[in-house]
Design a protein around this ligand. Structure first.
Ligand code: SF4
Ligand code: SF4
Length: 83
């Protein structure tokens, strides 16, 4: 008989994975940013904030980043690296 994962066991597993992934860090190159906001739109945890006047994003709350890589994949200017 197989054991169904519980909500708690799934959360624990995902948090462990997130912690492992978080050994990676975001490296942001604002000079390449054109302010197209894809990173802001795809980040599931709200690490990016648009500065509409300067037309550049601000990376903040790095602790929240779960290293999903979505912002890296979406940025058309290669302004974000995860390593
Ligand atoms: S890697 Fe994922 S969680 Fe981290 S800043 Fe990019 S989109 Fe947000
Ligand atoms: S996706 Fe890239 S170019 Fe667009 S706002 Fe984010 S960092 Fe800047």
């Amino acid at each position: 008989m197989t054991t169904e994962p519980t909500l708690l066991s799934s959360l624990t597993e995902n948090l462990e994975l997130a912690r492992k992934l978080r050994k990676l860090e975001i490296h942001f190159y604002p000079d390449r940013c054109r302010g197209v906001w894809q990173c802001y739109e795809v980040c599931p945890v709200g690490c990016w904030t648009p500065d509409y006047e300067k037309r550049v994003v601000i990376f903040q709350d790095a602790e929240r980043c779960i290293a999903c890589g979505a912002c890296v994949l979406q940025c058309p200017e290669k302004a974000i690296e995860l390593r």
